[in-house]
Structure formats: structure tokens, C-alpha cells
Design a protein around this ligand. Structure first.
Ligand SMILES: *Cc1c(COP(=O)(O)O)cnc(C)c1O
Length: 207
């Protein structure tokens, strides 16, 4: 059996050793992207030597041909090298600070929403957050509802009017570039959008 772990989102984000470090996993192959290149497009595959040899570009006839648009792209590789060097050197502070930022964002908003009985909640693991249009806590797939069309659309529009745009997936991935001021601006905008929706009566039928 071959275990392949997708660390495209979690790699170098949850910890320097990614999800593998957090959950104590030892996969045979791992995919990486996103945070690895610090914002540039890149992807990488890492794994057991015998498997990687089958893909080796130095072999004239590799058992499996592997190629992609950004394979070995000099800019993406340089960005990845710079990002990983920085993270490796600063891992003792970077991940702790990122955790504090993410906790500040999620905890401030969840506290406001539970105080005001607004049907919103942010579920969080490390610096990966997702907004749910339903009362919290949301900690299992089964407890995540489908969302509510008009209230959700209005929340996004009110938020946009306050200078904050959310990804359509409602997920938020914090970066080390986000300052405390950025986070407080986002918190203020989300609280404002919550109040706007409540004033419009949009939360009335959401339990
Ligand atoms: C973004 C993402 C992908 C896709 O990565 P590509 O580099 O666009 O192929 C795969 N898995 C997860 C978990 C992702 O977040």
C-alpha cells in the first residue's frame, strides 16, 4: 500500500513539518504547493527514494513521465528556496505568532457572535479558518450546514462595502504578512457586516 498525503494547503503552514508533523504521519509520497513558494505559483512532489527514482528526469527513460507547467521554474524555485530558508530559520517564532493571529481573529469574532446570538461561526485549525453561516461550534463535517443563500450573499456584500473580501469558499488562510492592524480591520468589518445583516432581519430564520 502506498500512502500519498496532500500537503498543498497544510505543508509548511500548520508547522514547518506540515500535517505530517502535527499528526505524526509518515507518508510515502507528499504533494506541496501554495505556502511553499510564499505566494508564487509552484508545486512539488517529495517521497521515498525508490518511488522518486521512477520519476527521475536525469534518467533518459524514467518509468513514469512527470512534468508540469511550473516544473523547475527558476522564479518559483527561488521563491520556494527563500520561503523555506526563512521558515526554517524562524520556525521557533513564526508558527507561534501565526497561531496567535489566527486565534485573535477567530476568538474575537466567535465571542461577538455568541454574545449577540448571530448565526455565524469560524472553525479553525492553526492558521486555516472557515466561516460558517450557522451558530457554532462547527467541529465535524456532519455539523456543517449548507449555508443560507440570501443572508450569506448579503454578508459578503456588506463586508465588501467595508473593504474586506472573502474567498467564495469562505475559507481564510492567514499569512505572516497580516499585521495586528489588518486583523483588527477585518474583525471590525465582519462585526459591521453582522450588524448590517441583523438590522435587515436576514438572520431571523437561521438556527
Ligand atoms: C490548492 C489545492 C490543490 C491544488 O493544487 P494545484 O497546485 O493547483 O494543483 C490540491 N489540494 C489541496 C488541498 C489544495 O488546497
Amino acid at each position: 500500500m502506498l500512502i500519498i498525503l496532500d500537503e498543498v494547503t497544510t505543508g509548511f503552514r500548520l508547522a514547518f513539518g506540515g500535517g505530517q508533523e502535527c499528526f505524526g504521519l509518515s507518508p510515502d509520497l507528499v504533494t506541496y504547493g501554495k505556502a511553499m513558494a510564499g505566494g508564487l505559483p509552484a508545486g512539488a512532489l517529495a517521497g521515498r527514494t525508490d518511488i522518486m527514482k521512477a520519476l527521475s528526469p536525469t534518467d533518459n527513460r524514467p518509468a513514469v513521465f512527470a512534468g508540469n507547467t511550473f516544473a523547475g521554474n527558476p522564479l518559483s524555485v527561488a521563491a520556494s528556496f527563500a520561503t523555506l530558508s526563512y521558515l526554517s530559520e524562524h520556525r521557533d517564532t513564526v508558527y507561534g505568532n501565526l497561531e496567535k493571529s489566527a486565534a485573535h481573529l477567530a476568538d474575537s469574532l466567535n465571542a461577538y457572535w455568541s454574545e449577540t446570538d448571530a448565526p455565524l461561526h469560524i472553525a479553525r485549525f492553526g492558521s486555516m479558518l472557515r466561516l460558517f453561516l450557522q451558530p457554532g461550534p462547527v467541529n465535524r463535517d456532519k455539523s456543517a450546514g449548507p449555508g443560507f443563500g440570501p443572508a450569506e450573499d448579503a454578508f459578503f456584500v456588506h463586508l465588501l462595502g467595508r473593504g474586506v473580501t472573502l474567498h467564495a469558499s469562505r475559507s481564510i488562510h492567514l499569512s505572516t504578512a497580516h499585521t495586528r492592524e489588518d486583523l483588527d480591520l477585518a474583525i471590525e468589518a465582519m462585526i459591521g457586516a453582522t450588524d448590517d445583516c441583523a438590522a435587515d432581519g436576514l438572520f431571523r430564520n437561521i438556527q
